[in-house]
Design a protein around this ligand. Structure first.
Ligand code: ADP
Length: 462
């Protein structure tokens, strides 16, 4: 099922919450109004009983029953609803009974049956009446004083109030729904603008950015987040473009060399030793090319996060030892002195032995490549502050300070022409760095031009 728009859903929730709120408020207001009207009437009834009782206390001893009745009759016409009252004694004899009470023949509880004052409502001739009966003892005799009030007016007021609520609440709700829908539409307009602006940004113009409203709210955060995403995309895309350009450039040279060697060799008949030399050259160039392709494939896999190392418990000493043995052979072919200074005893780390060995070999291979004949290469392993630290030091050409920040970049070489002669494509250190990063370690370099370099790998001990 198609989801409704966010504006519609927002308004629907708003109307629902408002309807519940208004409903609850109306019910509560109606009950509060009824309770306050009831209270007012009951207070008035209690006041009247108090007045009657006070009169009896003062006059009952001095006046006869007919005189008392006359007094009551006189006073009863003074107040509103004053003619609605009657008084009887324990035997049910009337001390006073107003005409209205007599006409309606209202029953009265005897004082003996009235332990606590009593309120009750009765309908008499289309009128709703609220009665209040209280037992009063005057001069040692118990009486029931009963007064009543007409409820019509307060019921009428309650009815009017209910009508107002019935009409006002839906009107308010309709007005709020229309207003809410309009407001939510307006509030969401900037999101439309952002999405339109975002649609305009594509691979061709990744440098464009969305305007950021300085509102300090979700809108600003959304624009900033999208801009940050575009910035990351721009960096990745430009890195990919650079990578592709460098890779094709790197591959074009050996491929054209292979082709030219083959073409030149085939131009005329040659002796078998000439063919052998040409094929040897083609073979060497092919090997270099396939090494570059391997490195490129590995880096491409690391970029797409498909390549993951299998970290298990390994002994750093064993790993470094394996790499050092291979490195020593390399150094010997270049007439370099090779020194190994490895920590005695095992150094447990979590790592991928093959990958770590490859990273160390890259460092040794570089040390050998960039150290002139007669120099020396030292491989060391020590335990330092909870880390296994592998170092590869050479007495070679060194790296200039301005070049140091770039040496871990892909295809980056200090001296392009010289390095190609030496066989490097500028990918070794990028791969070594990726391997060390995957181990949660660090790869650092310290170098002085003309004096040599030290590369060190730090991986935490287990
Ligand atoms: P390459 O395959 O060209 O050696 P790397 O990524 O391994 O590529 O190294 C990048 C560049 O850093 C090298 O081309 C070289 O200029 C410089 N470099 C690396 N190691 C050393 C070193 N031990 N001594 C001097 N320069 C080095």
């Amino acid at each position: 099922m198609r989801q409704r728009s966010i504006g519609f859903r927002l308004s629907a929730w708003y109307v629902l919450v408002l309807a519940c709120g208004l409903g609850a408020f109306s019910v509560a207001a109606w009950f509060a109004m009824r309770a306050s009207l009831d209270h007012a009437i009951e207070d008035e009834l209690q006041d009247r009983v108090r007045g009657v009782a006070l009169f009896m206390e003062h006059q009952i001893a001095s006046l006869s029953v007919p005189e008392i009745r006359d007094e009551f009759r006189e006073h009863s016409v003074l107040g509103p609803g004053g003619d609605l009252f009657q008084v009887c004694d324990e035997t049910g004899q009337w001390l006073y009974r107003s005409v209205a009470m007599e006409n309606a023949n209202v029953a009265i509880p005897l004082p003996g049956a009235l332990a606590v004052p009593r309120f009750e409502s009765q309908q008499i001739d289309h009128h709703i009446l609220r009665f209040y009966s209280e037992r009063r003892v005057v001069n040692g005799k118990a009486y029931t004083v009963q007064v009543a009030a007409l409820m019509n007016e307060s019921l009428e007021a309650l009815h009017r109030f209910r009508l107002i609520l019935w009409f006002a609440a839906p009107l308010l709700l309709i007005a709020a729904s229309v207003g809410g829908y309009w407001l939510s539409g307006r509030a969401l307009l900037p999101f439309d603008e952002i999405s339109r602006a975002a649609q305009r940004i594509g691979i061709g113009n990744l440098t464009d950015r969305l305007p950021v409203p300085r509102t300090g709210d979700q809108l600003q955060r959304l624009s900033e987040t999208l801009n940050a995403t575009f910035a990351r995309l721009e960096t990745s895309v430009s890195r990919m473009q650079q990578f592709t350009a460098d890779a094709s450039h790197e591959l074009r040279a050996p491929v054209s060399l292979i082709r030219t060697t083959a073409e030149v060799t085939l131009q005329r008949d040659r002796t078998s030793s000439e063919y052998r030399a040409a094929l040897q050259e083609i073979l060497e160039e092919s090997e270099r090319t396939s090494q570059v392709v391997d490195s490129l494939m590995l880096l491409a896999r690391t970029d797409s996060s498909k390549e993951a190392l299998d970290l298990v418990a390994v002994d750093a000493r064993e790993v470094v030892k394996g790499a050092v043995e291979q490195g020593e052979k390399l150094a010997r072919t270049q007439n370099l002195t090779f020194i190994a200074d490895l920590h005695e005893g095992p150094l447990p780390i979590r790592g991928d032995a093959d990958a770590l060995r490859r990273a160390i070999l890259i460092l040794i291979d570089n040390a050998v490549k960039y150290t002139p004949e007669g120099g020396s290469v030292t491989a060391g392993l020590e335990c330092k502050n909870g880390f296994a630290v592998t170092t590869v030091t050479d007495t070679g050409i060194g790296i200039a300070p301005e070049d140091l920040p770039h040496i871990f970049d892909r295809f980056w070489r200090v001296d392009k022409a010289r390095s190609r002669d030496g066989g490097g494509a500028g990918l070794g250190l990028s791969i070594a760095k990726w391997i060390v990063d995957e181990h949660g370690g660090s790869l650092d370099v310290d170098s002085q031009i003309g004096r040599g370099s030290t590369f060190s790998i730090r991986v935490a001990l287990q």
